[in-house]
Design a protein around this ligand. Structure first.
Ligand code: ADP
Ligand code: MG
Length: 609
């Protein structure tokens, strides 16, 4: 007797649902995608109890006539592709024709739909895949899909659902993805009879992100610059400045041709693009949109269409890395501008002017500038705003009147057109400064690391890091895989000031190390470097390898947290920092400076609500 049988239609749908419908959030995803494909301008999502008891998606899209509505519930029924050629260039979010029948086979399902011009709409009720009712329904133009009691007929699947809270959060994340991908569509989300969010049509991505996440985040985002026109890939969107990061991936969004996707290739590219601007274990904030020729991406590789395959993954990766790098560096200009406008004599100075915090000239070394640790440490803290450099800026804050004589110890560093006023040092570590926007705190240790890092990187790129001969060359052996890695990267290691060469089977000789390193045991140092770099370097370029090594070793060399610095040293530190490519974070991604705006201060002091 034959053992092979065709599955009944409903069972086949339930099998397909195993892939497409993992949890209520997948239902939301499929339904919202259908609404977007239907040209909706407004989408409302209602859920109850984490979507387990109810998911309802209502749109004002094109709707369906009765025949299409019935057909839409058949497996492999779709209006979005017709031929194999269409599959190679998909422009819609859906194309598999599986979502509706799958969802309907594992829930109590109700579809009502009406085309804008039609006199009557259609209502179809399905339970566990069986159509129970088809009748006229007089709803507003558009489509409404209601999914109740998900997995009611598959107790085994139901058990895999998480808590209502977790399922709710998954749904909310899914809606964030869709809403970010489509600012031109209004969204409303109602959870357990409460409005969770309501997003009006947004004029831009920025506006949508502001509505979703607030102005605080928007202020810390950088617009992504267009790469050259010849590029076969267009990258746009917004990304967090250096130093902005999160503990999880919830705000690491990447869209490929309008589709939110998860891709190891892109995740790696984002990390590499941020590189030293990202703290270990943290994730960047990105709202990044990649537009490629549809034929350059295969979207038909994942049942829930969460992943894609690129025809040229290396090219995509490189484009993303470069775009992120350039964007981060462009962010520096904005930051620097804050230091290039004169420190206005605003509210702060107004208060201060009357109080005698100006050091009496006699407190200053006669004829000399205060320098050396003693100046910071021993003086009463108010006296550390010495009368300094060029008498004063010509510009006095507008409207302040000449009365507020600029003579009161402000420090304007003209060197690179940067203007800031050093106020003092907190806890032997944080430099307090005033700039046009308010208060700036600089972590002098982190700042020094960044400066040193960029200096060494420049040297490495230009002529290689200077190295110092070891008194005794040393030889050592490595495991075959490590040996192979060293052989492949010898040139880079040499540029980094490490004099290493093969010395027989799996053995190497090392005879010099970078001058700036103080290493007592070169061999164990080398083993550590190789370990560290090997894991960091999977697929990244030699240059980045060098950066990693500098970032990892530079720390020892940097100013220790509480080394007391003299005034001139601090001033130089700040000027050097402002000249860096990425001044606002150390090579490990920690912030070097924190700006507290006057507005924030006013809020804190209750001057402004
Ligand atoms: P797919 O989206 O892959 O085509 P679905 O099962 O999700 O498959 O939907 C089947 C078809 O039903 C779609 O191709 C579309 O024509 C129609 N449809 C589904 N949802 C809507 C909707 N909200 N508005 C209009 N038509 C829809
Ligand atoms: Mg669909």
């Amino acid at each position: 007797m034959s053992r092979i049988r065709l599955l009944p239609e409903i069972l086949a749908s339930q099998v397909a649902a195993g892939e497409v419908v993992e949890r209520p959030a997948s239902v939301v995803k499929e339904l919202v995608e259908n609404s977007i494909d239907a040209g909706a301008r407004k989408i409302e999502v209602v859920i109850r109890r984490g979507g387990i008891s109810l998911v309802r998606v209502v749109d004002d899209g094109c709707g369906m006539d009765r025949d299409d509505a019935l057909l839409s519930l058949e497996r492999h029924a779709t209006s979005k592709i017709r031929t194999a050629a269409d599959l190679a260039a998909i422009a819609t979010l859906g194309f598999r024709g599986e979502a509706l029948p799958s969802i309907a086979s594992v829930s109590r399902f109700r579809l009502t739909t009406r085309e804008p011009e039609a006199i009557a709409g259609t209502e179809i009720i399905v339970a566990g895949g069986r159509i129970e009712t088809v009748r006229d329904g007089g709803e507003a133009p558009g489509t409404q899909v209601e999914v109740r009691s998900i997995f009611y007929n598959l107790p085994a699947r139901r058990k895999f659902l998480r808590s209502e809270n977790t399922e709710s959060r998954n749904i909310e994340h899914q809606l964030h993805l869709q809403a970010t991908g489509h600012p031109e569509i209004a969204f409303a989300f109602v959870r357990d009879d409460r409005i969770a969010f309501q997003l009006p049509v947004a004029a831009s991505l920025l506006e949508r992100i502001r509505d979703l996440h607030g102005t605080g985040l928007v202020e810390r985002l950088l617009p992504v610059e267009e790469p050259s026109a010849s590029a076969r890939i267009r990258i746009r969107g917004l990304i967090g400045q250096a130093g902005v990061s999160r503990h999880g991936r919830a705000q690491q969004l990447v869209f490929v041709n309008g589709r939110a996707i998860e891709s190891p290739v892109l995740t790696a590219a984002l990390r590499e693009g941020y590189h030293t601007a990202l703290m270990k274990g943290q994730f960047p904030v990105t709202f990044l949109f990649l537009d490629l020729d549809p034929s350059a991406v295969d979207v038909n590789v994942h049942p829930a269409k969460r992943e894609v395959r690129f025809r040229d993954p290396a090219g995509v990766r490189e484009a993303v890395v470069e775009t992120i790098r350039k964007t981060l560096e462009s962010g520096r200009r904005d930051w620097q501008q804050q230091f290039q406008r004169p420190v206005t004599l605003g509210a702060a100075t107004e208060n201060v002017a009357g109080i005698a915090i100006v050091p009496h000239p006699a407190e200053l070394e006669p004829g000399g500038l205060p320098d050396g640790p003693g100046d910071w440490v021993n003086r009463p803290s108010l006296a550390i705003r010495p009368q300094f450099v060029e008498p004063a800026l010509p510009s006095v804050g507008p409207g302040e009147g000449g009365g507020l004589a600029p003579a009161e110890g402000r420090i304007d560093i003209a060197s690179a057109g940067n203007q800031f006023q050093i106020i003092g040092i907190l806890n032997k570590l944080y430099v307090l400064m005033e700039n046009e926007s308010g208060l700036v705190l600089v972590d002098q240790h982190a700042a020094h690391e960044r400066i040193l890092f960029e200096e060494l990187r420049r040297r490495m790129e230009e002529q290689g890091v200077p190295s110092q001969r070891l008194l005794l060359a040393q030889t050592f052996e490595l495991a075959p895989r490590d040996a192979e890695w060293v052989e492949r990267n010898t040139a880079t290691l040499q540029k980094m000031g490490i004099g290493i060469e093969p010395f027989g089977q799996n053995a190497f000789k090392i005879d010099s190390l970078p001058t700036f390193l103080e290493v007592s045991d070169p061999v164990s140092f080398m083993r550590k470097v190789i370990d560290g770099l090997k894991s960091a370097s999977n697929g990244s370029s030699p240059l980045r390898l060098g950066e990693d090594m500098i970032a990892k070793t530079v720390c020892r060399h940097a100013v220790k947290a509480n080394d007391p610095l003299g005034y001139l040293e601090v001033e130089k530190l700040i000027s050097d920092l402002l000249e860096c490519d990425l001044p606002y974070c150390c090579p490990h991604g920690r912030p070097t400076m924190i700006q507290i705006s006057l507005a924030e201060l006013e809020k804190k002091f209750g001057r402004k609500v």
